[in-house]
Design a protein around this ligand. Structure first.
Ligand code: ADP
Ligand code: ADP
Length: 230
């Protein structure tokens, strides 16, 4: 049974058929890349999966059960989280506050920032990041901020992580760190959807790849680990 499945999922904006009826099954714990040119419908698919826009038709199933996904909160409650090309956190807050953003009162009470910093530092250390939790988010590079955004999603029990061109503003080294984290999350059972138009990244990271062209899913292929040149 696929962990996440699209059945005839479709989106029309006024005048644009952005996603034509799409069937796609994601396997639990896979890294599934989706590639396509600008305008192919990648953003539309992400927005449908994260409850940001309503679908025109079709179904989204989690473990065989249809889900409505009519709000971003509902998507998060189902364990669906997204990491975007642009970091969407709060630069004016500390790294720790960003990791626990929205949960700080429930988890720590007021005036417990020091406690929160300690907890956040543990998370960062466990993930193998050499990053301080007490500094402002804006003191980090964009790549480091992208790692924090991913750590944040991981700590909220994400079961699905959708990456939308996360390396767009990253150096090679930062991208390598992000890939290591993504593989680590995969090992812990998270299902990864990785949107990109950089084929070399897709070959390096993904288990399978689906191609979107002009709003149509045109196929899915396994990516074989064996390299013909080896
Ligand atoms: P991608 O992310 O692959 O670049 P998008 O999902 O952003 O593709 O866009 C798919 C198509 O839908 C494009 O033709 C785009 O212009 C159109 N589109 C996207 N968002 C909207 C919108 N809010 N209203 C109308 N058309 C849109
Ligand atoms: P991406 O970098 O993901 O390919 P795009 O450049 O296609 O993103 O689109 C950027 C944003 O603008 C997206 O949120 C998309 O939905 C929106 N958008 C794209 N095309 C249109 C359009 N024709 N009308 C309204 N919004 C659009």
């Amino acid at each position: 049974l696929p962990i996440l499945e699209l059945r005839g999922l479709e989106k029309q904006y006024l005048g644009t058929h952005a996603l034509k009826p799409a069937d796609l099954a994601f396997k639990a714990g896979e890294i599934h890349a989706i590639v396509g040119e600008n305008g192919a419908g990648k953003s539309t698919l992400i927005k449908l999966l994260t409850g940001v826009i309503p679908r025109t038709a079709g179904e989204i199933l989690l473990r065989g059960e249809p889900v409505a996904l009519t709000t971003p909160l509902e998507a998060i409650q189902h364990g669906i989280n997204a990491v975007h090309q642009e970091v969407v956190l709060c630069p004016h807050l500390t790294v720790a506050a960003n990791i626990f953003l929205g949960e700080e009162h429930r988890r720590f009470g007021l005036l417990q920032h020091r406690h929160m910093v300690r907890e956040a530092q543990k998370i960062l250390d466990d993930l193998g990041f050499v990053l301080p939790a007490h500094v402002l988010l804006s003191d980090l590079t964009i790549g480091q901020q992208q790692l924090i955004a991913t750590a944040r999603a991981a700590t909220r029990g994400a079961r699905f992580l959708i990456f939308d061109e996360p390396t767009a503003y990253l150096t090679r080294e930062e991208a390598a760190q992000l890939f290591a984290l993504i593989r680590r999350l995969q090992k812990s059972g998270v299902t990864i959807v990785y949107i990109s138009h950089r084929m070399e990244e897709v070959f390096e990271l993904a288990d399978r790849v689906s191609i979107l062209r002009d709003g149509r899913l045109v196929g899915t292929r396994n990516i074989d680990d064996t390299n013909e040149n080896e």
